[in-house]
Design a protein around this ligand. Sequence first.
Ligand code: ATP
Ligand code: MG
Length: 331
Amino acid sequence: MKLAVIEGDGVGKEVIPAALEVLDAFELDVEKVPLELGYDRWERTGTAITDDDIDILKECDCVIFGAVTTPPDPNYKSVLLTIRKELDMYANVRPIRPLPSVKGIHDRTDFNYIIVRENTEGLYSGIEEIGEDVSTTKRVITRKGSKRIADYASKLAGSRTNKLTIVHKSNVMKSDKLFLDVCRQSATDAGVTHSDELVDSFAYNLIRNPWNYDVIVTTNLFGDILSDMSGALVGGLGLLPSANIGEKYAFFEPVHGSAPDIAGRNIANPLATVLSLKMLLEWHGDIAEAAILEEAIDSSLNLGICTPDLGGKSSTSEVGEFLANHIKTRV
Ligand code: ATP
Ligand code: MG
């Protein structure tokens, strides 16, 4: 496998090395292609990402990515938006499930749902007009964009409990009527049981009763917000992995950002990135390795080897080292 490695900015520079130590422990046939992208590079060179970088990414099978800082500078081209668009990774897949010995907001731990977020359009279309008194962002919903995310989510639901929840706001935004109609049709065609909820009441229901849900499909911005919110259910943003999937490429990254408030201190939780690595292994068909990795994570948490956000005393690199050593005893 040819793996592009992007540390990015902030805690990305800490969690990616920890995840790579874990990957190396498996001694798989992986060719790593390091790429420097993001805000630090922009400050140094004036570009955050170029067409050449995209070409390099396209030659790789998949990407592991830390985080990048996106400054509110109108001249700054968002690295993540550029990559998602150029590699056309339309599905952002975010599994949410409790981990052993980690306290979330509920005592019940019998939930396990996946947010499937449309990744290329919606309010993150990037089509904006910035004015002195009026600024607008165009919310783009297309039939094609909705159908491929709906089909992805329906298929995923079919491989799980066959239950799909469509989250939207079509009563206020007519653009969501198209999204809702296409999702309903896709689920019906796939023989998947489906229901839909308005995003505001859904947010309330999800926090109160997460065990009622399995696969959730929604548009770009709603998916972004709902997945950060889901971090609270499982004990923190430092625990949420994600995959960006397209027809040809896959890109794995923690849900959290560059966390400038804690960057440079070797205290960021590497588990969101390590769990993203686990999704990468599964995507690549390394199922046995993914299972060993999960066992290593469970073992670290049960032993209290974790970063301060989870109440532990271990550093980012110590968690990576523990996981790597555990894996070496199993492979
Ligand atoms: P960005 O603009 O890059 O998204 P942000 O300021 O929104 O940066 P996030 O990375 O989204 O920061 O983090 C939000 C909060 O969660 C911060 O307080 C951060 O310290 C915390 N956090 C994020 N990632 C981790 C992590 N891996 N381990 C521990 N805490 C984290
Ligand atoms: Mg953030």
